[in-house]
Design a binder for this molecule. Structure first.
Ligand SMILES: [Zn+2]
Length: 266
């Protein structure tokens, strides 16, 4: 009698793992080493698999590294050498698909949009969201943070971060959200053109520092460009994303450990 539960338990565990695996597999295949990619086990945003445990769960990751993200953007220095980011976002780059990878809602872009940083080309790979924001600016946490994940040919990451505050509704968001809702593990073909320029703040002043991916494997050496000016989205637009993503899908603040933070000079 005592043992009759055993197969049931094993079965439940197997099902749970399999479900999770299929989510991970799907997200990995869609993302080509994107921010939420690579073989992760059961990491999450809360409890025993939450951010404080990522380094234990992901043994070969950088999650316990010294130069991690996100951070509180504070004690930054004006730097006159920081130039405007060269954004080559076409008005008709296609979004291939949108996926709910169980950690975030992510739009995967077809190759076309790119940025130039110090003469190096980084292709826009995908855009996803955190609710509320991961980075804080002078201690302020925004309702939403959008990550534009770029990668060069050698696999080096540059992420542009756009904060969103509550206000007037965003027309680009209306378009992006028209493909939602999606259940965790679900993807939907988009195959429609999108102009990323419409989704950015007018002023392109930014903070710059070097950190990591904010999800396992927490890879370091990531260039972070965080626009100072937020865009506005409506409460309904925030809520739609919020309700499809894990609650508080942000990683806790990481120590600066002597890193220098810069801001573009006015
Ligand atoms: Zn992110």
């Amino acid at each position: 009698m005592k043992y009759s539960f055993f197969p049931l338990i094993v079965f439940s565990v197997l099902v749970a793992c399999k479900e999770n695996k299929s989510i991970n597999h799907q997200s990995t295949s869609n993302m080509e080493g994107s921010e939420h990619g690579k073989a992760h086990k059961h990491w999450s945003y809360s409890g025993e698999t939450g951010p404080e445990h990522w380094a234990e769960i992901e043994v070969d990751s950088d999650c316990n590294g010294k130069f991690q993200s996100p951070i509180n953007i504070v004690k930054y220095k004006e730097n006159g050498n920081l130039k405007a980011i060269d954004l080559y976002y076409a008005d008709e780059t296609r979004i291939h698909d949108v996926t709910n990878n169980g950690h975030s809602i992510q739009y995967n872009f077809e190759t076309g949009d790119y940025i130039l940083v110090n003469g190096l080309k980084y292709d826009l790979k995908q855009v996803h969201f955190h609710e509320p924001s991961e980075h804080t600016i002078d201690g302020v946490r925004y309702p939403l943070e959008m990550h534009l994940v770029h990668m060069d040919d050698s696999g080096q990451y540059t992420v542009i971060s756009v904060m969103a505050k509550e206000g007037e509704g965003s027309i680009p968001f209306d378009f992006l959200e028209s493909f939602l809702p999606l259940k965790a593990g679900e993807s939907k073909k988009v195959d429609r053109p999108f102009n990323m320029n419409d989704n950015l703040p007018e002023l392109k002043d930014y903070f710059f520092y070097t950190g990591s991916l904010t999800t396992p494997p927490c890879t370091e050496g990531v260039n972070w460009y965080i626009f100072k000016e937020p865009i506005t989205v409506s409460l309904e637009q925030v809520d739609l994303l919020k309700n499809l993503m894990p609650i508080n899908n942000y990683r806790n603040e990481q120590p600066h450990n002597g890193r220098q933070l810069f801001v573009t000079a006015n």
